[in-house]
Design a protein around this ligand. Structure first.
Ligand code: AMP
Ligand code: MG
Length: 431
């Protein structure tokens, strides 16, 4: 059964994009920080990197073999071996001592500098090394082109190249390249600190014994984990009771953070002590956002020990809190970290069960996307879409988008799904 859409809901609602833009306008990229390269994964480069060295620093051998003059071996073949004197052995990490002249060669290992005079490397397997072992002379079975099996100096990076630019995100490959240039520290946009406070008299902390009438506080840890995943540094504390004293006391611990994130107590209509405290100490907006889950959202600035700190108030329902943080908090963190605005990848998938959208808000339904045995991308909504059912967040790998004003997405229809990660992560169904 499809319930009637209540269109009056839309009158004073902000779209997801409007709310996000209002939020993003209040953030700037943070200042520079020098950090150790091995702590920089996910950060953003603050200053262009101009290489001071060549990579590789010298011509070096791409194979284990013999460094030769290519003209010496131009007529060599299996039948007509060319014999050369071996005047040196060069291992990786050592420096050649001799110059290779006509009729001479050097035994060389992969990565070792090619000695002067030599202009090609013949791999071991194209010599008689295994049959007639001799350290003084080597028989060459093939001819090689000039520079064959030689990796040229600066082939990867040349001195003076602008190799990594401000705004580039630091991936494992970027870390590898920076290490290859000799960096052990790097200037990045500072990672933001996110103060996280869950509120509610009904909460108890994980690790505490079960108490009647209480539920475990899951939002603090799910939101702090998302913060880490997005590259920020979470600063958490135990939940606050719904009292002015406890709320103000807990918030006062956040004077050092770049963003405060609270959960619960921000619904527009209801009386709530959280709203009172935020209003009294700051300049807050309480919005209804045209999305489901996570309609109620608070955003503004709050004064803590004379610092005005942005505050994002998430709804209390565990799924709503996570989705609202993904839709708004992540963008704020990205902007502070100097990242470009990045949306999640949206893919097309064939819907396996109807999705009903009861009140016409934009619905983000938790779904499981898979590749069928016929190699089609299929999408199945999780049975229970309640915003209190937190298991739906780990059983799903994406959010199906039902546009605002659309009452139903039909089974068999191709729909848009916003993936939590990249498409490669879609697993195949194997019979
Ligand atoms: P509220 O936003 O206060 O109306 O809360 C909505 C629902 O989310 C209620 O069922 C709360 O008990 C639940 N809830 C609020 N905060 C948390 C939290 N930190 N962890 C788990 N559930 C919560
Ligand atoms: Mg509450």
């Amino acid at each position: 059964m499809t319930k009637k859409r209540k269109s009056h809901y839309h009158a004073d609602m902000l779209s997801v994009e409007e709310a996000r833009n209002k939020i993003l306008s209040q953030f700037q990229p943070l200042k520079k920080e020098k950090i150790s390269l091995d702590q920089s994964l996910g950060c953003v480069i603050y200053k262009d990197i101009i290489s001071k060295i060549n990579v590789p620093p010298w011509d070096n051998s791409a194979m284990d073999g013999y460094a030769v003059l290519h003209k010496d071996v131009k007529n060599a073949s299996q039948e007509k071996k060319v014999f050369l004197d071996v005047i040196e052995e060069i291992s990786a990490g050592s420096i050649p001592k001799t110059v290779i002249k006509e009729g001479q060669s050097a035994r060389i290992m992969t990565g070792a500098p090619v000695p002067s005079g030599a202009d090609a490397v013949v791999p071991f397997e194209d010599t008689n090394e295994l049959e007639e072992k001799s350290s003084e002379s080597i028989g060459i079975n093939i001819n090689v082109e000039k520079f064959e099996n030689i990796r040229k100096k600066g082939e990867d990076i040349s001195k003076g190249d602008k190799i990594i630019k401000i705004g580039d995100e630091i991936s494992p490959a970027v870390i590898g390249v920076l290490a290859s240039l000799g960096y052990s520290e790097i200037d990045v946009f500072r990672r933001p600190k996110i103060g996280i406070l869950s509120t509610g008299n009904e909460l108890m902390e994980p690790g505490e014994p079960v108490q009647k009438g209480k539920i475990y506080n899951s939002n603090t840890l799910s939101i702090s984990s998302l913060s880490k995943l997005y590259g920020a540094i979470p600063v958490t504390q135990t939940h606050s009771l719904d009292t002015i004293e406890d709320l103000e006391n807990k918030l006062s611990n956040f004077e050092e953070v770049d963003l405060i994130v609270t959960s619960a107590g921000v619904s527009k209509g209801d009386y709530d002590v959280v709203k009172d405290v935020l209003n009294k100490n700051g300049d807050m907006n309480f919005w209804s956002v045209n999305m489901r889950p996570a309609k109620p959202l608070a955003f503004g600035k709050i004064n803590i020990n004379n610092r005005n700190i942005p505050l994002l108030g998430l709804p209390g329902n565990p799924v709503s809190a996570m989705i609202a943080f993904e839709k708004f908090g992540r963008y704020a963190i990205d902007k502070m970290m100097g990242k470009k605005i990045k949306h999640r990848p949206i893919i097309k998938a064939i819907l396996q069960e109807d999705i009903h959208n009861f009140d016409g808000r934009r619905l983000y339904a938790r779904v499981k996307v898979e590749k069928s045995t016929r190699s089609e991308i299929i999408v199945t909504p999780l049975k229970n879409q309640s915003s209190g059912v937190l298991t739906s967040m780990f059983l799903s790998n994406g959010l199906a988008i039902c546009p605002s004003g659309t009452d139903i997405l039909n089974k068999g229809q191709e729909i848009d799904v916003e993936m939590f990660g990249w498409n490669e992560e879609i697993s195949e169904i194997i019979n």
